[in-house]
Structure formats: C-alpha cells, structure tokens
Design a protein around this ligand. Structure first.
Ligand SMILES: O=C(CO)[C@H](O)[C@H](O)COP(=O)(O)O
Length: 227
C-alpha cells in the first residue's frame, strides 16, 4: 500500500472509536481528512448521532461543516471526550512532533482539553528518536526576525515556513519557524527552552499527550497504547 492508502486505512479505522453522543476533537492534516470524511459518512447514515466536533483549524471546520457534522467552539463545551489527530513523528516512547500542517497551537489547546487523545499515522511516522522532521515553532509576527536570529545563533538551523512567496500564516495569524535539528536528545529540555523565548507562542513538541496511536501498516491497522 502507498502512504496515502495507509493514511486512509488509519483514518477510517479511528472512527470506530467514536460513539454516539461524544464531543470529538477533530485534528488537522491529510490523515485526519480521511477520518473526518468517514465520520461525515457515519453521521449522514445515522449510525452516529449527537456528535459534536471541536476543530483544530479553519480547514477542518470547513470540511466537517460541509459534511453536516455539528461544530462547536472549544469554549462552548466543558470537555472533549476524544480527540483524533495526526502526527509528523512519534518516537519509541510516544513523544511526538506535530505542526507539519501549521495547526500546532489549536491542536495542543484542544488536546489539553481532551479526556483521551488518539493519533493516527502511517507507519513511516514511527521513529526511534524525534528530530528528523523539522520542529515547528509558532511565533508572533512582531519582532519575529529577532527570534529567528536567536534560534540561528543557538545552532537550531531555523527556516521560515512559506506559503508561496509569503510567510505562512497560522489560524492565529502567526508565523512558523521550522528548526532542522536532527535527533533531539532531550525533548523536554528543548520544549522548555523554546517556550520561554519571548515571542514564541508554542512548539510542535507534544510530550506525554497521547493515549493511543493507530498505525496504518501493510498488514492492517495496529493499535499502540501509550498510557
Ligand atoms: O500536526 C499536524 C497539523 O498541524 C498534522 O497532524 C501532521 O502534520 C500530520 O499531517 P498528515 O496527516 O498530513 O501527515
């Protein structure tokens, strides 16, 4: 199976964990698109009822609403039962890098409000150590060139996330700086250092945040329990 077929497999499989009446966090990305498509089908068929979705990006909101899934703002619900989201890398000890799609800030806020978090990935996302995938760091535009320079001085090999010939803008109108780090030996220490840099809003390091992972493999979907 190619990567896209594996993404479709895990996306579809994850909908089996959604039950009628649930408030569901809907992630962002190409794997999540398959999950939202399948959820839409189940809602339209009447197999899943009273589902409320809380989205992690304007892109997912648009897709979910077009399929007839009821969407509420995070502040209009008191909790989320289950959030299903993609990931860019997952290490042996279930730490993750997210934000390849630029939605890391809302994704982390939604994950924090969730009773359970499930990541859906194809097998290529499983790594021994994090860091091959560039680490996204969301920064506010004001003074961001100085943040960039500081990251460069630290040897973190930053690059601006681009959208054509303009800097990419997140749903909060911020920029993303991607760090090309190579293997990250101490992710918690790095997350702590980055979040304390003035101007940094959030990082794509998702540490101790996932409960279950569904991996799309050639032998079918595999469920891994993180905690
Ligand atoms: O974190 C994300 C978006 O901000 C995505 O979940 C992550 O980039 C994985 O995307 P895809 O399923 O397209 O590979």
């Amino acid at each position: 199976m190619n990567q896209d077929e594996l993404k479709a497999q895990t996306g579809k499989e994850s909908v089996k964990y959604i039950k009628s009446g649930m408030i569901v966090g809907l992630g962002t990305g190409s794997t999540v698109r398959y999950m939202v498509d399948e959820l839409g089908k189940q809602v339209q068929a009447g197999n899943l009822t009273n589902i409320i979705g809380v989205t992690t990006s304007s892109r997912t909101t648009k897709q979910a609403e077009s399929l007839g899934i009821t969407i509420k703002n995070l502040d209009d619900v008191d909790h989320i039962d289950l959030t299903i989201d993609g990931a860019d890398e997952i290490s042996d000890d279930f730490q993750g890098i997210k934000g390849g799609g630029g939605a890391l800030l809302w994704e982390k806020i939604v994950a924090n409000a969730s009773d359970k978090v499930m990541w859906i990935v194809d097998q290529s996302k499983l790594v021994h150590k994090l860091g091959k995938f560039p680490l996204p760091v969301e920064v506010i535009p004001f003074g961001s060139q100085h943040v960039f320079a500081r990251l460069e001085k630290k040897g973190y090999k930053p690059s601006w996330r681009m959208d054509g010939d303009k800097k990419f803008r997140t749903d909060e109108n911020n920029y993303i700086i991607d760090l090309h780090l190579g293997e990250i030996d101490h992710p918690a220490q790095l997350a702590d250092e980055l979040i304390h840099m003035v101007g940094v809003v959030e990082t794509g390091l998702f540490l101790n945040r996932v409960n279950d992972v569904i991996v799309g493999t050639n032998e079918g979907p595999k469920v891994l329990h993180a905690r």
